[in-house]
Design a protein around this ligand. Sequence first.
Ligand code: C2E
Ligand code: CA
Ligand code: CA
Length: 566
Amino acid sequence: MEENEKLRREEKMLRLLCDTSSSAFIYYNFREDRVDTLGNWEHYFDFSISAMDDLNILYDRVEEQYKIPLKEGLFIEKQWRDRDSFEIKLKECRLCIEVEVNVVYDSEGKPTDKIIRFKDVTKLTSQKDELTYMAYYDMLTGLYNRNYFVRLLGEFLRRAEKETKKVAVMFMDFDDFRRVNDGMGIIAGDELVQLFGQYLSGLMSDYVVISHFSTDIYCIAIYDPCGARSVDTIYKVIRERLKKPFKMTDGQEVTMTVSVGVSEYPEASSGTLELINCAEIVMFKAKSRGKDKIQYFDGTILEEFLQTASIQNMLKEVVFEQNFTMYFQPQYYAKDGKFRGVEALIRWRDNKGVMISPAVFIPIAEKNGTIVPIGNWVIEKSVQTYAQWRDKYHYPLILSLNVSAVQCKKRGFIDCLLQILEKYDVSPDEIEIEVTETILIDDFDYISERLGELKKTGVRISLDDFGTGFSSLSYLKGLPIDTLKIDKTFVDTLLTDKNTKIITESIIYMVKRLGYETIAEGVETKEQFQYLKELECDMIQGYYMGRPMPAQGIADILEKLTEKVG
Ligand code: C2E
Ligand code: CA
Ligand code: CA
């Protein structure tokens, strides 16, 4: 009696467990050949079964790829491992079902009972799909993500090697993306990235894979680029799209351009990452050429890049007093040949004794910020040298110092300069600061104001390299400058090119009317000197009169001059 009661209780408990479970069960008793269904059967199936053979209905309803495991699970009495399970999907039904099979064997190894459990894992699977999606795709644009792109490019390369084909990589970056991010906010920036990404996804094919690489960078890999999938064609198509503005959700319209770098397997490299790197490097070249351009890889660009990188590293280790020295180039008045002053020019000898041109390293130092300490050193060293000449020779000179835009814009620059002048007891009107017109590009009014402040202290201001930048004569009138330096490129062709002649003549004429002095640089011949003198250019600097030289060279000139005077 007690035994019966216990059995009933257990049976009831079992039934409750099954009925409240979200799973469905099939219980099969081998000896009696009896099938029972339990649990939440209706959730899974719209048919019922009374014999094992009825399960063929289920077999017919699953999608093709699940038929084999299901058949094994339902009908084949193989030696089931503990809790063996597999997943199935029914046709025309979004359910994803995990099937778990358990078989109980007797002491002789014969199966006695079998329980098949069906569990709804649809939700779990969609989460898993999402993870897979995230592993391959970029959430914002729906394009491939960087990691997956690298893998696909690797596959392209392996195939190209077998089939002796080419693979092109286009590295594409929005121009002035910061303008959007800063001006309209990062949400707008994201929207733009997304809109363009969606457009690009339409260009994908078996041969063209496109990825959103990072912020505003997209990378395209093309297998066997030719015809409709040649780099040129794809670039043209993209530029055509970019001619039209992007319409943002807030109603604003934004027009963008891109800079593109292109590298090709096998020319540029046979390594996946290297190929992408090469394309990135030449993309920067496209940027520096004025943006909205495409640049194809060539060896010299890579070399230039490597040189820049090596100079950057060397700059980190440079010991100013040991590696740098100041040279000075004399400037003369054209009219009477009187010594007017010197331009201080930095020289860098690396640890192996090799000279590195300031034309090469100054732009690099400007980019990585080292120009600030270097510039301060230049000022201090030059002013100190200048003070020594003055104390010794008492000859009135003007010391011209090249000051980079980065340094000049830095807060505290004027104070720092004045402090150094005070330290060596040099008056501001003995100093001239040379700035290039590029300094004015970003913020004309602000810079103009700063230069005005500087001029008020008595320091003279000279506009260097005039004629090489945007060179609009109209902005000159508002500028607080004293001197205008006519660039060497004008002087070079002054006597051979009619147009240069006309332009130079007009510049000198106009600049004098505005009340500024003119100085011509890079004067190499007597003829150039004579002609400039005729045009009433005020001052002359160049190899013809004197090359840049160490401080002692200037001391020697002063020695002679004061000898004559004395
Ligand atoms: P820059 O300011 O235009 O300097 C004039 C350059 O022309 C100097 O080159 C000078 O040596 C060279 N030069 C002068 N006369 C002649 C000539 O008759 N023929 C030829 N072919 N060249 C002539 P350098 O010294 O190599 O300097 C190159 C540039 O590097 C300078 O151009 C300037 O922009 C920058 N730089 C030099 N020193 C400094 C410095 O101390 N600070 C900063 N910020 N920039 C500097
Ligand atoms: Ca200069
Ligand atoms: Ca110059």
